[in-house]
Design a protein. Structure first.
Length: 451
C-alpha cells in the first residue's frame, strides 16, 4: 500500500489514531444506566462531537433519542452536486463482563502481541476512528469528493431502538445515496469482506411463578412445584437433542449460498474446548448466518455460594432469538412466546416481556456502491478479492434506513473479525485492519463519487 498516497497518509496518522482510540476506549460508555454512569456515555458523545467539529463538520449536534441516550450527528459538505454518503458507527459498548478475566484493564487500550486490547476497540469505537482516518486521508489528498453525514449511535448494544425511532421522526436527517455501516468485520484478518446479511434479533424476559414464597425443600420438596425447575424445562424445550434451535412453527433448515466457514477454523475462532461438539446441523455458515438461533443470556436464581435448601417460588431468564433474513422478527417473536406458553409445565404461571427487537437485513450486492468498494478493497488488500459473508449479529438500524431510504445502497464493513472477540473478555482490534479498512473506505468514497 505504500505507493498509494492515501495509504501513506493513513499510515502516518496511525499513531494519532491510537492516541485517540485510547481516549475513546477510556469512557465506560455502556448504555445500561443501572450499571454504569450516564456521565460516561455523555462524555464519549462529547468527545465525538469535538472530533467532528475539529474536522470541519457543520450542524454538529447531540441528538436526544427516545430511549434516553444520545447519538452524535454531523454534516460535512462536499462539492456542489456530489452524492451524499452516511457514515455510521456506535460509541456505546458491551459491559466488560468479568473484569478479572481481562489480561489488561478493559477500559485502558493496551498493546499486546500486535493488537490493541480494550472494550469497544473493535466494536465499535474503532469504527469511529476508521471513518475519521478515511476522511483525514482524503482531505490531505485532494479533498473529500462527496457530502458526508456522520452518525454515532449511543445505544446500539442495548437494542432499545433510540436512533431508529429518532430517524423515523426526522426522516430527512440521515437521508443519503449510500450508507457505510462501520460495525461489521472481515471474515478473517487480511481477507476484505462486506457483510451481505444480518440476522434480526428479539430479546425476551421470561418469568415463571409457582408459589407465594420459597419453601423448605425438605418439608415441601417433591410435591411443591419448583419455579426454577419449571424454567429449566422451558428453556430446554428451545433446543433439539443436537442443540438445534427448535421453536414450534419456526423452520430451522435454511442454507447459506456463499462463502463457507471451515468447521475447524470456526472451532478455533470460537475457542471451543477439545472434545466438545458444535451444536446444530448443516454447515457452520448455515447455522450462524441463515438459521434462527436461541441463546439464554442469563438466569436470575440463587447463586451456589449462600444458597439455602429451598424450593424456588419464582425464576427468571433473558432469552435472545436471532432471526435470519426471510423471517419476520414480529412473527418469530409471536412464535417464541407461544412456544414458551405451550412448554411451561405443571400449570406454572408464565409472563414474558419483549425488551428489544430488530429485523434481519439483506443487502443488494449488485449495486454500484459494491463495485466501488470491491475496487477500493483490491487496492487496500493487494492480491485479495472482496468476499461476501453473513453476520449472525444484528444492527437494527439497517432495516430502518432501508425502509426510510429504499433507493440508498447500504454497505457493511468493520473491524470485528473473529480474533477481535467482541462482546467477550479481552476484546481487541488489529491496527493493521484499522489501517487497511480506513484506506479502503477513503478509496471507496473517491471511487463512488466518480461513478
Amino acid at each position: 500500500m505504500s505507493s498509494n498516497p492515501v495509504a501513506e497518509t493513513v499510515a502516518s496518522l496511525m499513531p494519532r489514531a491510537r492516541a485517540e482510540l485510547t481516549e475513546l476506549v477510556a469512557f465506560k460508555s455502556v448504555a445500561d444506566f443501572d450499571q454504569f454512569p450516564r456521565s460516561e456515555s455523555e462524555a464519549a458523545a462529547r468527545w465525538i462531537t469535538e472530533a467532528l467539529t475539529a474536522e470541519g463538520f457543520q450542524d454538529v449536534a447531540l441528538l436526544d433519542t427516545p430511549d434516553g441516550t444520545q447519538s452524535v450527528y454531523g454534516y460535512l459538505p462536499g462539492p456542489e452536486g456530489a452524492k451524499t454518503v452516511l457514515l455510521y458507527a456506535h460509541y456505546d459498548v458491551q459491559p466488560p463482563l468479568d473484569e478479572a478475566g481481562w489480561t489488561s484493564p478493559p477500559f485502558e487500550l493496551t498493546e499486546r502481541d500486535g493488537r490493541w486490547y480494550g472494550r469497544g476497540a473493535a466494536d465499535c469505537k474503532g469504527g469511529v476512528l476508521m471513518h475519521l482516518l478515511a476522511l483525514r486521508a482524503l482531505k490531505a489528498n485532494g479533498g473529500i469528493p462527496v457530502h458526508v453525514k456522520f452518525i454515532a449511535e449511543g445505544s446500539e448494544e442495548q437494542g432499545t431502538g433510540g436512533l431508529e425511532r429518532y430517524a423515523e421522526a426526522h426522516p430527512a436527517l440521515l437521508e443519503a445515496d449510500t450508507v457505510v455501516i462501520g460495525d461489521a468485520g472481515n471474515f478473517r484478518v487480511g481477507l476484505p469482506t462486506v457483510t451481505a446479511t444480518l440476522r434480526g434479533m428479539t430479546m425476551m424476559r421470561v418469568q415463571i411463578d409457582t408459589l407465594a414464597g420459597n419453601l423448605h425443600s425438605g418439608q415441601f420438596g417433591g410435591a411443591a412445584p419448583d419455579a426454577l425447575a419449571a424454567l429449566i424445562r422451558v428453556l430446554d424445550s428451545l433446543r433439539g437433542k443436537d442443540g438445534t434451535t427448535r421453536i414450534d412453527g419456526l423452520v430451522p433448515d435454511a442454507s447459506w449460498d456463499g462463502l463457507q466457514y471451515d468447521e475447524e477454523q470456526f472451532r478455533a475462532d470460537a475457542r471451543v474446548l477439545e472434545g466438545v461438539e458444535l451444536i446444530g446441523d448443516g454447515t457452520v455458515a448455515d447455522r450462524i448466518w441463515a438459521r434462527p438461533a436461541v441463546t439464554v443470556l442469563g438466569i436470575d436464581c440463587p447463586p451456589v455460594v449462600g444458597a439455602t435448601p429451598s424450593v424456588q417460588a419464582s425464576a427468571r431468564a433473558l432469552i435472545s432469538l436471532r432471526v435470519p433474513p426471510g423471517i419476520d422478527t414480529d412473527e418469530a417473536t409471536k412464535l417464541l412466546q407461544a412456544h414458551l406458553e405451550a412448554h411451561t409445565p405443571w400449570g406454572a404461571r408464565l409472563s414474558t416481556e419483549r425488551i428489544g427487537q430488530g429485523q434481519p437485513f439483506r443487502a443488494d450486492t449488485t449495486s454500484p456502491a459494491y463495485a466501488a468498494m470491491a475496487d477500493a478493497m483490491a487496492v487496500a488488500y493487494p492480491g485479495q478479492e472482496m468476499q461476501y459473508a453473513g453476520q449472525g449479529g444484528s444492527i437494527p438500524l439497517c432495516n430502518t434506513l432501508a425502509s426510510l431510504y429504499p433507493h440508498a445502497e447500504i454497505l457493511l464493513i468493520g473491524l470485528s473479525e473473529p480474533e477481535a472477540q467482541i462482546h467477550a473478555v479481552n476484546e481487541s482490534v488489529s491496527p493493521q485492519e484499522l489501517e487497511r479498512l480506513s484506506v479502503a473506505e477513503a478509496l471507496f468514497l473517491r471511487n463512488y463519487a466518480a461513478h
